[in-house]
Design a binder for this molecule. Structure first.
Ligand code: ADP
Ligand code: MG
Length: 552
């Protein structure tokens, strides 16, 4: 037997990183800004605990394009690196300084918001750059350093006097095949996508601001303008704040900040905030959905420590929650290479069941707080709730507390209220409760009317997933069955009242029935004679329940 070590040569790793590390080349910017953010947050932490005796100030991160020289700059005012640190953190691929920092300051820094994880992010720069420079000056009293690497495993590292202020400049010499990253519009797009809510202000260019006119200024006075930093992000988005700091307007404003093209107001929001057994914050919104299952735009966004990860959340959050909007942020969501990894990740699974529970809890508190208001919103939220009931067992188990069953005349019953209402009047011979429902109030109008005339309650279930919902309810609840108002089950209901005396005798009735049946000429239908005097529908034509469900 031979044993040995597989020899991994760095020469081979670079092209691999370049090609395969991330499927999307554009995320290099997210990675470098994450590093700049980490460097800033680390310094903040060190000054907080007194380990760095420097003025933290109001640091920002600057992104700058030098189109002529094909360079892209990412400049921070964070803790910087000494020559020794560059050797340690940069020259060792897959050694994460972020993890080391969190390990070292375990207790005090666990909520510091440090992003890095795998020690690979920096090298994503080589996906778009043929050469990368680092110029860095540490907060420690040491000379600045200059590192240059052209994507081969060779690098140069030397002291420099060119940088006197604290922090790090990353300079990317953009490769021929990546010149799109020298375009203002492209960089702005990426900053908006990935960095919109990162915790350190990010400057990209400047903008002109008009100063207010001084008091008592002449009417024709021209307002002065100044150039100010163009800050592209909001470092303190709603989900990072505590619910007690936020008013309804703040949640609404944040909704529009998340979805600038969305003009409708959300119905309500759910503020997520846990720190055990995992960390998670977020704000979810219920949009006005009615029966609309189109969820293509304005999807839930997943963040890790305020860095955008993805809005392709299928498999990460339960399907029914994909109908909601908003943000979920967890440091436990790996800022990872592939989505399949995310879907299989244990932490992500727990997150998903936690959110389901939170949504159920929120529904319970909403209905308890203001039943009338909840009733009013039901038609816009029912699709989410019903979808959740048929797809998530845990959600279904709680749904008796918040799922409503509206009647065709505008009353909204909880399950037990509905049972209470119909139990005296709507049973079949086996003692099962028969729940009469309609799926279309207009089309089934005469059936609804005739059921109501008999004193039955008819509930209106008109969402596209109703057949599944009914099946779920029938298989989960005991001694109930559903019958559509125009189905023949309705005939099985035990009639409490004596039948009205009809003007037609039995023979006349039989012949009328036969006539109608012959003119329909379809065995699938049954003709049922009604109370011919007091009813506006003298007879009804019904079909077996299963046929009714199949059609929809
Ligand atoms: P990670 O961020 O996962 O730790 P990276 O490959 O992104 O790994 O970066 C490696 C390390 O290099 C960081 O952990 C950090 O110690 C150091 N580093 C990278 N960029 C900067 C920067 N702008 N300022 C200070 N240190 C940095
Ligand atoms: Mg990193």
């Amino acid at each position: 037997m031979t044993k040995g070590n597989i020899n991994v040569s760095v020469e081979n790793i670079f092209p691999l990183i370049k090609k395969f590390l991330y499927s999307d080349h554009e995320i290099f910017l997210r990675e470098l800004i994450s590093n700049a953010t980490d460097a800033t947050l680390k310094l903040k932490h060190l000054t907080n605990i007194g380990e760095a005796k420097v003025d933290y100030g109001n640091p920002k991160i600057e992104v700058k394009i030098d189109k002529e020289n094909k360079k892209l700059y990412i400049i921070d005012q964070g803790l910087g690196m000494t020559a020794e640190e560059v050797e340690k953190y940069i020259n060792q691929v897959a050694f994460s300084g972020a993890e080391e920092f969190l390990e070292k300051y375990k207790d005090s820094a666990k909520d510091s918001g440090i992003i890095g994880h795998f020690g690979l992010g920096f090298y994503s720069a080589f996906m778009v750059a043929e050469k990368v420079e680092i110029i860095s000056k540490s907060f420690k009293d040491e000379p600045a350093v200059h590192w240059i690497c052209d994507g081969s495993p060779e690098f140069t590292l030397e002291e420099t006097t060119a940088k006197t202020d604290r922090g790090t400049e990353i300079i990317l010499h953009i490769a021929e095949d990546s010149t799109e990253f020298l375009e203002d519009a492209k960089i702005r797009e990426l900053l908006t996508k990935y960095n919109k809510f990162m915790p350190v202000p990010i400057k990209f260019g400047t903008r002109t601001e008009t100063l207010p006119l001084p008091e008592g200024a002449a009417e024709d006075a021209v307002a002065e303008t100044v150039e100010v930093d163009n800050i592209v992000n909001n470092p303190t988005p709603a989900w990072t704040k505590s619910p007690s700091e936020l008013k309804d307007e703040d949640y609404k404003a944040f909704y529009h900040e998340l979805y600038p093209m969305q003009f409708e107001e959300p119905l309500f929001n759910i503020h997520l905030n846990v720190d055990y057994p995992f960390n998670l914050t977020g704000v979810l919104y219920f949009p006005k959905l009615a029966n609309n299952l189109n969820i293509e735009k304005d999807k839930i966004q997943l963040y890790q420590n305020q860095v955008f990860v993805t809005d392709e959340v299928k498999g990460i959050v339960p399907d029914f929650l994909m109908l909601l909007r908003g943000v979920i942020d967890s440091p436990d969501i790996p800022l990872n290479v592939s989505r399949s990894y995310l879907q299989a990740d244990g932490a992500v699974k727990k997150i998903s069941s936690y959110i389901t529970k939170k949504v159920a809890d929120k529904m319970v508190s909403l209905i308890n707080e203001n039943r009338e208001d909840y009733d009013k919103k039901w038609n816009d939220i029912k699709i989410v709730i019903e979808y959740g009931m048929i797809s998530e067992e845990k959600f279904f188990e709680k749904s008796d507390k918040f799922a409503l069953y509206p009647t065709t005349d505008g009353k909204y019953f909880l399950w037990n209220e509905l049972e209470e209402k119909i139990k005296a009047n709507q049973t079949d011979k086996d003692g099962n409760l028969v729940i009469l429902y309609a799926t279309n109030a207009d089309e089934q109008h005469s059936y609804i009317q005739s059921a109501k005339d008999k004193g039955y309650e008819v509930i209106l279930l008109d969402s596209p997933i109703v057949p599944h919902l009914i099946q779920k309810l029938e298989t989960s609840k005991e001694k109930i069955s559903f019958a559509r108002v125009d189905a023949d089950h309705i005939n099985n209901l035990i009639k409490k009242d004596e039948p009205a005396i009809s003007k037609l005798n039995e023979t006349e009735k039989e012949s009328l029935k036969k006539n109608v049946e012959e003119s329909i000429n379809d065995k699938k239908f049954t003709v049922q004679l009604e109370d011919l005097d007091s009813n506006d529908a003298p007879f009804t034509i019904t079909q077996p329940e299963f046929m009714r469900r199949m059609k929809d």
